[in-house]
Design a protein around this ligand. Structure first.
Ligand code: DC
Length: 224
């Protein structure tokens, strides 16, 4: 790498613990954490608010909305047109919209450009679906976190109930399976493990164990 910037990519399906782990790793490494899923969620929120469709015929409308959409992620906060939307993007409706609209090339092009710009400016731990395979193929460290859909649904239910939302396990499991399908089957930069990523199955691991395993690899204590 031609600069001194550290880029750590953490990819995986929804509910695998990426953001919790990425935050811990970023803090320990003294670098910024960038949640790219939050950016796709902000786009989903904007598209729903503007009432823009998902059919081929709505491509121009999507582009027009994107042209006047400003997204940033700084200090753990995602902003949409200058407003902190971190709270309003964590609903099942926005999860689905983020997954749905993320398949459009115009959406990905815009967000990937922002993500690359951030990662060229400063060291980051970036989590998402295509960080190791597309956004930063040259990241020094790449991790791919997985867990069974059932375990991921259990974690998501616990998290949403703690936030006071009314959710049930069956619906959440269905949502997770649907999003897995969407994320792995879209044409452009689908979710997949980079050949050089370290895969960690977190199903039976605690948060501390997963963060520890990642920090061990980074510290060179374990061979990648
Ligand atoms: O990580 P998350 O659940 O907040 O992500 C929401 C959706 O955004 C996810 O279902 C797919 C999309 N996404 C993406 O396509 N690429 C990324 N790098 C991150 C998220």
């Amino acid at each position: 790498m031609e600069d001194n910037i550290l880029r750590i990519a953490i990819d995986g399906p929804s509910g695998a613990g990426k953001s919790t782990i990425a935050k811990i790793v970023a803090e320990k490494m003294g670098v910024d954490y960038i949640d790219t899923g939050a950016m796709y969620r902000a786009i989903g929120l904007k598209m729903l608010t503007e009432g823009v469709g998902q059919d081929d015929g709505s491509e121009d409308a999507r582009k027009e909305v994107l042209d006047r959409t400003d997204i940033d992620f700084d200090g753990g906060i995602v902003t949409l047109d200058g407003k902190d939307v971190s709270g309003s993007i964590r609903t099942p409706e926005i999860s689905k919209a983020a997954s749905d609209y993320s398949r459009f090339p115009e959406v990905r092009e815009k967000l990937v450009a922002i993500q690359r710009e951030i990662g060229h400016r400063k060291s980051v731990v970036m989590d998402g679906r295509d960080i190791g395979t597309n956004v930063f193929t040259d990241a020094q460290y790449k991790f791919f976190l997985t867990a069974t859909p059932e375990e991921r649904a259990r974690r998501r239910v616990k998290e949403l109930i703690e936030k006071g939302q009314d959710v049930n396990y069956e619906d959440t499991l269905e949502d997770i399976k649907q999003r897995d399908y969407n994320d792995t089957h879209r044409k452009l930069n689908p979710l997949r493990k980079a050949d050089d990523a370290v895969e960690i199955d977190t199903t039976d691991m605690t948060i501390e164990e997963v963060a520890g395993a990642i920090l061990d690899v980074i510290a060179g204590r374990k061979k990648a």
